[in-house]
Design a protein. Structure first.
Length: 202
């Protein structure tokens, strides 16, 4: 299936075009299932609402890249529990406490109990994982570049260790699991079995 990249300024009709593509595909093949993939759950919800208002939601699956990765992993026979946001937050708190207990939290010691530190850590981890930067890679990159960065690397490492021990993944870690499938062919073959004839990334 060929791909088409649509580039245009904001509010110029890109979303409308995607909605019309979904509606057209379902009209021609009513039993087909269409995937629409968006960057986050908020945009997915907004797209779903717009599509429903224009009468094209039936048969369309609206989700995020994490949803798509999870679907492909399941089709490939690899099932990984995904930690909800509440668990991710608690793991971030546990990573902060574990780092402090080891005497490795100096720069951030004064704000250890502040909720903002855990929130900042989860956002940093999400950004690093989306860039496919593993804890060891980040740790090596920041070594010798100051206590602040070195402590963040240690916190990332502690957080990931908790996930590994639980045999869970966070949403942004699903892509690493997807990329780690035995061969690229395995992931592509699994993707081919996704229902539908149209796959849109908006």
């Amino acid at each position: 299936m060929s791909s088409k990249l649509i580039l245009a300024p904001a509010a110029s009709g890109k979303t409308y075009h995607c909605i019309e593509q979904v509606r057209s595909t379902i009209h021609v093949a009513p039993l087909s299932e269409v995937w629409v993939v968006l960057p986050d759950s908020h945009q997915a919800t907004a797209f779903r609402q717009r599509l429903a208002k224009q009468g094209g939601a039936m048969g369309a699956r609206i989700g995020t890249f994490a949803d798509l990765h999870g679907e492909i992993l399941a089709l490939a026979g690899t099932s990984i529990p995904v930690a909800p946001d509440s668990v991710v937050h608690r793991l971030a708190l546990a990573a902060i406490d574990a780092t402090a207990d080891k005497g490795q939290l100096k720069h951030y010691a004064s704000i250890q109990r502040q909720p903002g530190l855990a929130l900042a850590l989860t956002r940093l981890v999400a950004e690093l994982k989306r860039a496919r930067i593993e804890p060891a890679t980040f740790q090596n990159a920041v070594q010798g570049r100051g206590q602040r960065l070195e402590e963040l690397a240690q916190l990332y490492n502690e957080y990931q260790d908790y996930l590994i021990r639980l045999e869970w993944a966070d949403v942004d870690g699903l892509f690493s699991a997807f990329a780690a499938l035995p061969t690229a062919g395995a992931s592509c073959n699994a993707a081919e079995h996704l229902p539908g004839t149209l796959h849109l990334a908006c």
